[in-house]
Design a binder for this molecule. Structure first.
Ligand code: 3HC
Length: 502
């Protein structure tokens, strides 16, 4: 018979633990929240008060509902109070030694039928289970930050998990209003394995100087429609947790892209952990960026456009409408734009080859339109600051957000996006997760507008495959090479990876 869970313990009431306690209490479950000492318990109470208070302020909860929810949560510093719990979820720091010590303790305290679950982001559930005398009753129940908001729970089973337990925990997740996906005990499970590779890649691009923090964040948020840019999200997750997940991923995959970016180590060592310490990539004290006037475009009257087709025509019309004189040239003959004040080459590939063919290479920048809201502005080593500034201002005049970057393969958006999509295909190809679970995981775990395989189908398999080839040719990073499955689908003319995966 399916096991039901009426009393649930949560050990560790940091951001995640408090969020998990709230989720259970909202679903009518009695919760016992445990912290190490009174000070930590007070902090946990603070998280609960703030989160439910915010819901009242927003009119999502009445004061009565709030009191009822908080009334279902008993707070204690004694683990012994968990003796009668049907399920205990651990949400303490990601240190294996601590987790194993806690689980050995819970194994002693909790009744034999109780299930012991870990909310670990990436540590081995099997290793945690092995510290108990009931490894079959130990499972991963992985929530996403902020737990009250994100709709996904990853249910992580090991090779020794009792039959049926993953189904019972999945049913419980549904009762909490969440969607479960099940995953095996591999580093990062489904979501963190894809997410942290991408976030770490963003750190590497930042460190390489390709683009700045705000540009990369704007590119991914506005260009791809993600709820947050990578650095804002890293700050939300916590840089210590992010570092740890990357470290665990790297140990398992030996993929250099998972080796935590040095900037993460530096920030973590300096105690700048993100939102929880008030400073990480961003600082709470930081004001909004100063507004910049459209200064440099003021000296521009003629804009040269290298490009063809509807994108070039639309740009000409928009520039005309904004009072600029637009002249157009095609790649094969750049003479018509040679004397323009600034020249933009519409391209999703590096443009330095064009720069060396014109008399004023300092006046040329690449322009890559991303969706309806963003334009990447790529500077070659010859582009002058004046030109880059003028093109940035023109982009703003045209109603798009400029993303300033270097002239490298796939610039910012596609470099980050395509590598992530390739990782998703690799996961599918390895048989580790189904197409549906991969897509659901990223949509509900991270609030993405679409899952990676849905995005791949929408962009086009061949476009992504060719972009990956260009990335690989430039960076020689083995994991940028298109996964064989992607290559084969393109060669075979299969238009949809999700249809192929069934
Ligand atoms: N606690 C409770 N509720 C919160 C909250 C919090 N910390 N933060 C936001 N909310 C609620 C708000 O009250 C609001 O609720 P409403 O729609 O009912 O009014 C809703 O979330 C939207 O919040 P806001 O309007 O203030 O802000 P946004 O629209 O910018 O949304 C966000 C905030 C939900 C965090 C959104 O930006 C998002 O989805 N970001 C992506 C988060 C993500 O990727 N999480 C996964 C990280 S990976 C992970 O956790 C795994 C780990 O192992 C590393």
């Amino acid at each position: 018979m399916a096991q039901t869970f009426e009393t649930v313990g949560v050990v560790g009431l940091g951001t995640m633990g408090a969020g998990i306690a709230e989720v259970f209490a909202r679903a009518g479950v009695q919760v016992i929240g445990v912290e190490a000492d009174d000070a930590a318990l007070d902090r946990g109470r603070g998280h609960l008060d703030r989160s439910t208070g915010r819901a009242v302020t927003k009119g999502k909860l009445t004061e009565d509902d709030r009191s009822e929810i908080l009334g279902r949560i008993t707070l204690t510093t004694s683990r012994e109070d968990l003796a009668d719990a049907d399920l205990v979820i651990e949400a303490i720091p990601e240190i294996m030694e601590f987790k194993r010590g806690l689980f050995a303790d819970l194994d002693r305290i909790c009744k034999p039928s109780a299930v012991l679950a870990t909310n670990t982001s990436s540590l081995s559930v099997t290793a945690i289970a092995a510290s108990t005398s009931r490894p079959g009753r130990v499972i991963g129940m992985h929530f996403f930050n902020p737990a009250p908001v994100m709709k996904l729970v990853e249910v992580v089973h090991t090779v020794v998990t009792d039959d049926g337990l993953a189904d019972d925990i999945a049913a419980l997740a549904r009762r909490l209003g969440k969607t479960p996906i099940t995953a095996g005990d591999r580093a990062g499970f489904v979501v963190n394995r894809l997410l942290l590779g991408y976030l770490n890649h963003a750190c590497a691009l930042l460190e390489s100087g390709l683009a700045g923090r705000d540009d990369i964040d704007a590119a991914m948020k506005l260009g791809v429609g993600l709820p947050m840019g990578p650095f804002t999200l890293l700050d939300l997750i916590g840089l210590d947790t992010s570092y740890e997940v990357c470290e665990v991923l790297f140990r398992e995959t030996r993929d250099r892209r998972h080796a935590p970016a040095p900037v993460l180590r530096e920030l973590v060592t300096a105690g700048l952990l993100g939102r929880k310490t008030g400073r990480g990539f961003y600082s709470d004290a930081e004001g909004a960026p100063a507004a910049e006037g459209d200064r440099r475009a003021a000296s521009v009257s003629t804009v040269g456009i290298v490009g063809a087709g509807p994108e070039a025509a639309a740009l000409v019309a928009a520039l005309d409408g904004a009072g600029f004189k637009a002249v157009v040239a095609e790649n094969s003959d750049l003479a018509p734009v040679a004397d323009a004040d600034v020249i933009v080459a519409l391209s999703d590939r590096p443009i330095v080859e064009l720069a060396v063919r014109i008399p004023h290479p300092d006046r040329l920048a690449g322009l890559h339109l991303v969706g309806d809201d963003v334009a990447e502005v790529a500077s070659t080593v010859l582009t002058s600051e004046e030109t880059a500034g003028a093109v940035r201002d023109l982009v703003k005049i045209l109603g798009r957000t400029p993303v300033m970057c270097g002239d490298r393969a796939e610039f910012v958006v596609n470099a980050l996006l395509y590598a992530y999509l390739n990782d998703a295909v690799r996961m599918l190809e390895s048989g580790y997760a189904s197409a549906g679970d991969i897509d659901t995981g990223m949509r509900l775990g991270c609030g993405y507008p679409a899952g990676p395989l849905e995005m791949l189908d929408a962009i086009g398999l061949e476009t992504v495959r060719d972009g990956l080839r260009a990335l690989y040719a430039e960076y020689r990073e083995p994991s940028f090479a298109p996964v064989p499955l992607l290559d084969q689908l393109v060669t075979a003319g299969v238009p949809s990876i999700r249809e192929y995966a069934g």
